[in-house]
Design a binder for this molecule. Structure first.
Ligand code: TPP
Length: 592
């Protein structure tokens, strides 16, 4: 039997080492589905409940494997559903390739069923590379480029393959005019910075007496170098949200997260430093960086289109983080004055004890911080942790102490609701032997997490280590926004928009064959975590948390406090909120 375009597509994906395609079927890709059958499901077709989840699964897979994630959907509605996940990839700089169907060439332009102008629709999200395949000879080059560009630019790319083209007999490009042969593979360059720039950076950093380092996900792979630079400069290191796993929180000078979801020591370090070194981060909230005339600054980034922004940097070094730091290290002068470093370490130690006290404040029924606090020391050193967008992102950022080879991520830049459960599935396919934990709000569970539990149920037996824990923050509220309304707009909780219908997430999990555990008492938490982390199957921890515990940052502005107070005056939950808020904030003062 002749090889079709669809057969070739799958064989080329296999040659690229792609083992999973996160996808959902439809007649716009029927021929490709037939090819999966003929290829004995290699790469494996990982069916989700919704194409947006397939895209999130590809993003989660790519984030945790470091390889390209591939997702696939039918024409029209399927391709439209992928979009939010692809934007998540675009904004967090993740390599994902989307393959979507389209109506047959003979019907194009005929307002045919499910005919959507996909080139226009995908133009922005897949701006790095987007092609429609119209003849077989075009395919290898377009696919190879889609993969190579996704990997090299860390961006989503897309191929549109009309249904009739999928069925054509494959014929390769030849050695002829207007044919574009192609090849496999891609060796990443080690991008070294300009030596004169490194010299200027070293002079600037050596002149500083109070050095702060901001590390982002671009510093992953440069852990040892980052530690060495921090030691030499007597600096503290704050971590952007996507860089939470680049450096262990057990290091005494790591101040933790920065920004709205950040820690007090990060805030204080940025407020008081005289020198800033940013490595692999495009952290957007400049108000949490030093004042514009306060610090002299150096930035290191792989991508020349991302240097020089967000702060008036004096030296912008384009280079791979590890290579650039290695070039810098011999030029740095070790600090003899350790006051600044000691101050940072003191603030960090105080911070962790405050976090513990805040987590132990009693609440009605469970303090959400305690859920994270009890998890933190129990998380295995090789675990992968994800959080959804919602209050869980705050507690993930502030309460969890990362150590060992732990990995973690969330939708950092798009900050979309809903990736928690599908990211955890992508993580499991990336590392079937590692335990995965997802912290997800009840709103995100109702949006799509509940349905994606069914996907977990479908696939979990393939994973060498069956441990996947979804911890649901069950507060019957879209809590993060409820608090944003109070803090930003001075608006009281609007019940119609904020309150969620009550659902038992544990019962749902049990009903489909997963473990489901309901936690309504903080005393149960430790045991619940121990059981979930030793279970023989995925577990949903349905934790009834108090929506009145404020996820307000430790450095909230006076205006935000005033807004919150004004909103609470008109808020029907005001007494619970005030009580929990005062008890929590008191911990920051009492312990010290
Ligand atoms: C797709 C999408 N819709 C809406 C929002 C705005 N939003 C951000 S957090 C949030 C509330 C999340 O509620 P839930 O999942 O219950 O978590 P909680 O904050 O209550 O812990 C909303 C509505 C968003 N970020 N993404």
């Amino acid at each position: 039997m002749a090889t079709t375009v669809a057969d070739f597509l799958l064989s080329r994906l296999r040659e690229w080492g792609v083992e999973h395609v996160f996808a959902y079927p439809g007649d716009g890709i029927n021929e490709i589905l037939g090819a999966f059958g003929r290829a004995d499901d290699q790469p494996a077709f990982i069916q989700s409940r919704h194409e947006e989840m397939s895209a999130f699964e590809a993003v989660g897979f790519a984030k945790f494997s470091g390889q390209v994630g591939v997702c696939m959907a039918t024409s029209g509605p399927g391709a439209i559903h992928l979009l939010n996940g692809l934007y998540d990839a675009k904004l967090d700089h993740v390599p994902v390739v989307a393959i979507v169907g389209q109506t047959a060439r003979s019907a194009m332009g005929g307002s045919y069923q499910q005919e959507v102008d996909l080139i226009s629709l995908y133009k922005d999200v897949a701006s790095d590379y987007l092609q429609m395949i119209t003849v077989p000879e075009q395919l290898p080059n377009a696919l190879d480029r889609a993969i190579r560009i996704a990997m090299s630019r860390r961006a989503p790319t897309a191929l549109i393959i009309p249904s009739d083209v999928q069925e054509l007999e494959y014929s390769p490009p030849g050695h002829a005019f207007k044919q574009v042969p192609s090849s496999l593979g891609f060796d990443r360059p080690q991008l070294a910075p300009d030596q004169a720039g490194v010299q200027r950076a070293a002079e600037l950093l050596n002149a500083g007496t109070k050095v702060a380092i901001l590390a982002g996900q671009g510093a992953r792979g440069a852990t040892a170098e980052l530690q060495e630079v921090a030691e030499l400069l007597g600096a503290g290191v704050a971590k952007a949200l996507l860089g939470k796993d680049v450096l262990s929180d057990e290091l005494p000078y790591v101040t933790g997260s920065i920004g709205l979801l950040g820690t007090r020591p990060s805030y204080e370090m940025m407020r008081d430093c005289d020198t800033l070194l940013t490595v692999g981060s495009s952290f957007p909230y400049t108000q949490f960086m030093p004042a514009l005339d306060q610090a002299r600054a150096v930035q290191i980034d792989l991508d020349p289109s991302f240097v020089g922004m967000r702060y008036p940097y004096e030296v912008n070094l384009v280079g791979d983080a590890a290579t650039t730091l290695r070039a810098l290290i011999p030029l740095l002068e070790p600090r003899s004055d350790h006051d600044w470093r000691r101050r940072i370490e003191g603030h960090v130690a105080d911070w962790w004890s405050t976090m513990e006290s805040e987590a132990m404040v009693d609440a009605d029924p469970v303090n959400p911080m305690r859920l994270f606090h009890e998890a933190s020391p129990r998380l295995p050193e090789d675990s992968i942790v994800v959080a959804d967008s919602g209050s869980s992102a705050n507690w993930y950022a502030r309460q969890l102490k990362f150590r060992g080879s732990m990995r973690g991520s969330l939708s950092g830049t798009l900050a979309t609701m809903g990736p928690g459960v599908p990211y955890s599935i992508g993580a499991k396919f990336a590392h079937p032997g590692r335990p995965v934990v997802a912290f997800v709000g009840d709103g995100a569970m109702q949006m799509n997490g509940l349905a994606e539990l069914i996907t977990i149920h479908r696939h979990w037996k393939r994973w060498a280590d069956p441990r996947l824990v979804v911890a649901v923050l069950h507060n019957n509220d879209l809590n993060q926004v409820t608090w944003e309304l109070r803090a930003m707009g001075g608006t009281p909780k609007f019940v119609e928009s904020q309150v969620l219908p009550d659902v038992s997430y544990a019962d749902f999990a049990s009903s489909i064959g997963l473990r489901g555990v309901t936690v309504t008492d903080p005393g149960q938490l430790g045991h619940a975590w121990d059981e979930a982390l030793t279970a023989d199957r995925p577990t949903v921890l349905d934790v009834h948390v108090d929506p009145d515990v404020p996820p307000i940052p430790p450095h909230a502005t006076l205006q935000q406090m005033e807004n919150t107070a004004a909103a609470l005056f008109r808020d029907e939950d005001r007494w619970g909120v005030i009580k929990e808020g005062i008890k929590t904030k008191a911990q920051e003062m009492l312990t010290h």
